[in-house]
Write a protein that binds this ligand. Structure first.
Ligand code: ZN
Length: 134
């Protein structure tokens, strides 16, 4: 029986604690909200966010794999040196050993289409060809 009463007391304390905490939280929150409103009125863009601390940028970028998740950038693949539709990057070549540009066939396999990034002055290969018909 005594054990129960201790538990009851603890429970009551817990409730009190929660109440106190709630009250303190409400007060602090009110202050924080006021501060945020003030900041916004000053022209800053602040928000009060509840939840776990914002993860560091690096942590946010990794999917827990430790590997940095990169945004697909609108640049030519560093391996192929050309862009594709949809874009791919060097990571698409991970399985290759050694890495080499995708062939037309490989691009097709992956559903990629080669896109000329810029109208490069493609010099037509005439030099060395045996097209000198006389
Ligand atoms: Zn590539």
């Amino acid at each position: 029986m005594e054990k129960n009463s201790v538990l009851d007391q603890l429970k009551a304390l817990d409730e009190q604690r929660a109440k106190l905490l709630d009250g303190a939280k409400g007060e602090a929150l009110e202050q924080a909200e006021k501060a945020v409103v003030e900041l916004n009125e000053l022209g800053f863009d602040y928000r009060l966010v509840e939840g776990p601390q914002t993860r560091s940028r690096r942590a946010a970028q990794t999917d827990g794999t430790g590997e940095v998740r990169r945004q697909q950038r609108d640049i030519p693949c560093p391996v192929c040196h050309f862009k594709t539709q949809p874009l791919h990057n060097g990571r698409a070549h991970r399985t290759q050993q050694p890495k080499k540009p995708f062939t037309a066939e490989e691009l097709k396999e992956r559903g990629l289409e080669r896109v000329e990034s810029q109208p490069q002055s493609t010099v037509e290969q005439t030099a060395g060809s045996n097209r000198n018909v006389s």
